[in-house]
Design a protein around this ligand. Structure first.
Ligand code: CA
Length: 305
């Protein structure tokens, strides 16, 4: 399916919706629990999926295992190095630590809201845009910021999204470790921050699990028919405390087929409120379009560090 086909499909969609309360919290994985047993030393190393300093306890749990090899469990303590992941703060959405086979990183708990984007527009103190975005003369959304402070900002092009994340001290979600996600690595949890977060490190088809839940997220089956306030449904995960990676608004990813200019096609992730289940999967990657494209349902989520 081509990007434009997927887009037409998206634009054809109908409506959906309901809202539940939600809460958010940071995800702290204790890899130490995997360090038990005589061979727990190396197992604990596998537990380096731990996304927080507590994963360092994997090392000590390894010592509880009998046998000299458990001594290497101290190496598992290196999982604790991921505990040094410090998320940007101060501007924009709160961030949550996400884990992946390639290490931990940070991701916005929610889509960027109209209120957050308005703060950016009031003081867009960002560096000059890269060459592939110099065509972008304005950060104003193509759709007015009138729909509600806590609704996701939409009508933003790729370069608006990129600049917003820079303003927030973050970056548009891209490759784990830095730079852009290779264009064809959209479903590789070792490469794509966006996919790794949504899929809980590659384990899930949907942020909440492997089976489609028609009313978990703001897709067509929720029958809401519009964007909803960010974090207002029970659409939570991959990491606890991260919302709406499936549905509500599409999200630009720093994953483009080239870095030449306005006509480069870049990927959009997660589907929107008019989409059926296939578009709402974490591994859906068939919607990609030019940097200057905007719509009523394309918004922003940032990553870091
Ligand atoms: Ca979304």
């Amino acid at each position: 399916m081509t990007g434009s086909f997927a887009l037409r499909f998206a634009l054809l969609g109908s409506l959906a919706g309901f809202a539940c309360s939600s809460s958010s919290r940071n995800t702290l994985v204790d890899a130490g629990s995997e360090g038990s047993g005589g061979t727990g030393g190396t197992d604990a190393g596998a537990g380096s999926g731990g996304t927080s300093g507590t994963s360092g306890s994997g090392g000590t749990s390894g010592t509880s295992g009998s046998g000299g090899t458990s001594g290497t469990a101290g190496g598992a303590g290196s999982g604790g190095s991921s505990g040094t992941t410090t998320c940007p703060s101060g501007r924009g959405a709160k961030m949550v630590v996400a884990s992946s086979p390639a290490g931990s990183f940070c991701i916005d708990a929610t889509e960027t809201t109209n209120a957050e984007y308005a703060q950016f527009l009031a003081n867009p103190d960002v560096a000059p845009q890269p060459a592939y975005c110099t065509w972008n003369q304005s950060f104003e959304p193509k759709f007015p910021l009138s729909a509600g402070a806590e609704l996701p900002v939409v009508g933003v092009d790729y370069c608006d999204a990129r600049a917003y994340c820079e303003w927030a001290g973050k970056r548009l979600c891209g490759r784990i470790g830095g730079g852009a996600t290779p264009f064809n690595s959209y479903a590789d949890a070792r490469e794509s921050q966006w996919y790794a977060a949504c899929s809980a490190g590659g384990a899930l088809f949907y942020p909440y699990g492997n089976s489609y839940d028609p009313t978990a997220c703001n897709g067509a089956d929720l029958n809401r028919g519009s964007l909803v306030a960010v974090g207002s449904t029970r659409c939570e995960g991959g990491p606890k405390g991260v919302f709406d990676m499936s549905g509500n608004a599409w999200e630009w990813e720093n994953s483009c087929e080239a870095e030449t200019g306005v006509d480069d096609k870049c990927r959009l992730r997660g589907g929107e409120f008019t989409n059926p289940s296939g578009f709402l999967r974490c591994d859906y990657g068939e919607f990609y379009i030019e940097r200057d494209f905007t719509s009523y349902s394309i918004g922003i989520r940032c990553c870091g560090p």
